[in-house]
Structure formats: C-alpha cells, structure tokens
Design a protein around this ligand. Structure first.
Ligand code: HEM
Length: 405
C-alpha cells in the first residue's frame, strides 16, 4: 500500500499529527522501509503491545539502540532477570521515598533555577529551566558533586543526540560512544567509593539493594545511572516545557490552574496525553502477531507511535483539543503514577520514574506560578515543537514582572 507519510520526512518533524490521523484511519499497520519496522498507531494496538499479556514481544531492539551509549540497562532485560532488576531499583522511586528524601531536592533545585532569572522579567523556559532541572535533580539525588553538573549536562546532551541521530551522522555516533567511556571513567570510581561509605542518597540505595541474594555490579549501576540521565532528563524536560506551553497557549485554563493548584495533576496528565515527550517506542516480535488485520512476523521490529495512539478518536473525545477538564482521562492521586494515556508506556517496562517526573513537573509549575503572577508568552511568540522520537517546544520565551526573592 502507498504510505500516507514518511515518519522521517521534514513535514512530519514539523507537525506529525495529520499524518498520525491518516495512519490510524487508513494504514494502522504499515511496513516502513527506512526504519525497517512495522508502524502501529491505534491506541488499542499500542496498548496491547505495551501490556504484552501473552509475551509476544521483547525489548531486544534496545541491544542496538541503547547498548552503545549506556551499556546493558534494565530496558534490555526481560523475564525473571528484568523482574529482579526492577525490584532492585523501583523502591527508590516510590512515593514515600520521593516525599521524604527527594521532594526537598526537587524544590531546592527548582528554586535555584528560578532565582537566577526572576529579577530579569524575561526568560526562556526551555533553555533556562526545563533542560536544567531534571539533570540537576538526578545528579543531586545520586549524591554527585554540584561542580560536576556541567559535565553531566554535556554527557546528557551527547547521549540525547546519539539517540535521536536519524541521519546516522558519524560524529554524533562517535560522541555518543565516547560518552559511554567517559561516563564509566567518572562513575565507576564513585560507585566503588560509595560502597565503602554508604549515605542517604540514591547511589547508596542502589549499591545496597539486594533481592533474592542478587545485587547490582558496578557496571549495572553505572548503566542504570547513565539511563537515568537520558530517561529522566530528556523526557521530563519536554514535559515541563510542554505543560507550560500548553497552558500559556490556553490562557483560560492557565487562569483556572493559577486559581486552583489542585488542577495541576490534571494539566500534567492531559499534557502527557496531548503532547507526550516520547513519541515512539520500539519492540521486537517474538512470534507472528496479528494486529489491526495484518501480521507482524516473528523477529520484526515494531514502532509504537505513542503520539498517534494518545490522539485516537476511538479512545478520546475531541482528541486534538488540549482540555485539562476532559472526562475521559483519570487524574491520579499524588502518590500514584498510574495513567490512562500511553506516555509512560504500560506493563513490565512502565516508566520507573513516573512519580519523580510528576513531582518535578508539578513542583516546577507551582513555583513558577508563585514567582511570576503575570507569566505570559513573549509577544507574538508561537511555540514550535520539534523532534521525531522525542518531541517538545524548542524554545519558550516568557515575560513577567521582575521580582526578588
Ligand atoms: C521507562 C517515559 C521520566 C526512568 C520509560 C518508558 C517510557 C518512559 C515511555 C518505557 C520504555 C519502554 O517500554 O520501552 C517517560 C516520560 C517521562 C519519564 C514521558 C517524563 C515525563 C522518567 C524519570 C526517570 C525515568 C524522571 C528516572 C529518573 C525510567 C526507567 C525506565 C523508564 C529506568 C525503564 C523501566 C524498565 O525497563 O522497567 N519511561 N519517562 N523516566 N523510565 Fe521513564
């Protein structure tokens, strides 16, 4: 069948939503030559692949997608090995841990960033805030030296470039692979040192974690920390930029949130549905699988379009409308990350950091609204989203009345 669109074309990168709608309607299962994968776009199909109730899919694709920059991470593991690893790391990201240990870290880092520009009357939310907060928070949670935050940011940028390297630029590939080496040279001695002097930080928790007699090696912990940079940085920064862009573009909803802060979780959920940070996740079929009237053959790669599934008219009413009051999206409680959109995936690999992301975004929005009672977009500015695998506003210039702390 002729392809509705090419997911690697420039028009697609500018605005994928018309193409997503056409795929859902006319080509819910298509072979895509350039990525050598089958693309699915309907909510029902993507949900089924993520939930994977019959163990028809693996994450073996991450062996070539992630291994060169991170080494072996939890995302590459499956079966019992994955379950044990998940049990080793997940407790550190529970609501109770966040509340006690990490909420203060988030609040402090957010305040520091805001204090750096609140007296100026203008800022770029993407550059000055969103891209910095998640990386600073993770580095701080791990108990790393503040002085190393800039290096962290550099590694993070190189990893993100590697993961989004659609044109396979050899320099970007080389820089990504170099990051793996440099990150290991940096982290491994710190991990060894920390094992001897356990503290109250995330790295100590990972060093001490034990499940059924299994513990993580230095290499396992280093790979996990590397994944945290990308999985927790690149995604949460997009979520922060997107929630603010969506609210600033819908002033009546921004006013409602400003008035009643208990609406922030609903704004967060709707932002993740409407503008998810991660638009595509791949899997590999372990067996022949029937999807939307076609067959994905065993061994084939499947590209799951989260961005398309989250706008499926079979699942959401008026899906192309940003509406924090929508009735078909449950707003979860403060300590639950459960979601009925697909932005965090579902099933075994459901985002470990979902609650952390939620806490960062909610704290960020609250603090920005507190510090800037008249926060608004710079005159004439329309946020431009960019990205294919991950996607978010490239820049978000705002104005406000300057204030001091
Ligand atoms: C997994 C999205 C924030 C750590 C995932 C997956 C998605 C996702 C879609 C599933 C990947 C797959 O199934 O192949 C997001 C989004 C975030 C976010 C949209 C922000 C809004 C974070 C944060 C952290 C984190 C803050 C931690 C610091 C992880 C880890 C996994 C994961 C470790 C792998 C879980 C496993 O394999 O069992 N995330 N994430 N994420 N995320 Fe997040």
């Amino acid at each position: 069948a002729p392809q509705v669109t090419d997911i690697l074309s420039p028009e697609f990168a500018t605005d994928p939503y018309p193409a997503y709608a056409a795929m859902r309607e006319k080509e819910p299962l298509i072979w895509h030559e350039a990525t050598q994968s089958y693309i699915i776009s309907r909510y029902e199909d993507v949900e089924r692949v993520f939930k994977d109730k019959k163990a028809e899919f693996t994450t073996d694709n991450y062996n070539w997608q992630l291994e060169p920059v991170h080494g072996k991470t939890i995302l590459q593991l499956s079966g019992r090995e994955h379950a044990v690893r998940r049990a080793l790391v997940a407790p550190a990201f529970r609501g109770s841990e966040l509340q006690e240990k990490f909420l203060p870290v988030i609040e402090r880092n957010s305040r520091e960033l805001i204090d750096a520009f609140r007296h100026t009357g203008s800022a770029d939310i993407v550059h000055d805030y969103a891209t910095r907060l998640p990386v600073n928070v993770i580095a701080d949670m791990l108990g790393l030296d503040k002085a190393d935050h800039a290096r962290f940011h550099g590694w993070y940028t190189a990893v993100i470039a590697f993961l989004g390297n659609l044109s396979a630029d050899p320099e970007v590939t080389a820089a990504g692979e170099r990051t793996r080496v440099e990150f290991a040279e940096y982290m491994i001695p710190i991990i060894r040192e920390r094992r001897d002097h356990l503290g109250d930080d995330l790295l100590s928790t990972l060093c001490a974690a034990e499940v059924d007699g299994v513990r993580m090696s230095d290499e396992d912990i280093k790979a996990f920390c590397s994944l945290l940079l990308a999985a927790g940085g690149e995604t949460t920064d997009k979520a922060i930029a997107s929630i603010l862009a969506n609210l600033l573009m819908h002033p009546e909803q921004l006013a409602a949130v400003r008035e009643d802060r208990s609406l922030i979780p609903a704004a967060f959920a709707e932002t993740l549905r409407y503008t998810p940070p991660v638009h595509m996740i791949m899997r590999q079929a372990a067996t022949d699988v029937q999807v939307s009237g076609g067959t994905i053959p065993a061994g084939a790669t499947v590209t799951c379009l989260i961005g398309a599934a989250n706008r499926d008219e079979e699942r959401y009413r008026d899906p192309d409308r940003f509406d924090i009051f929508r009735q078909d999206l449950t707003t979860t409680s403060a300590f639950s990350a459960a979601a009925d959109h697909l932005a965090f995936a579902l099933g075994r690999h459901f985002c470990v950091g979902a609650l952390l992301a939620k806490a960062e975004v909610e704290t960020g929005v609250n603090q920005l609204l507190d510090a800037m009672p008249d926060l608004r977009l710079a005159d004439g500015f329309d946020p431009v989203e960019q990205g294919v695998f991950t996607r978010g506003p490239q820049s978000l210039p705002v104005r406000f009345t300057p204030s001091t702390v």
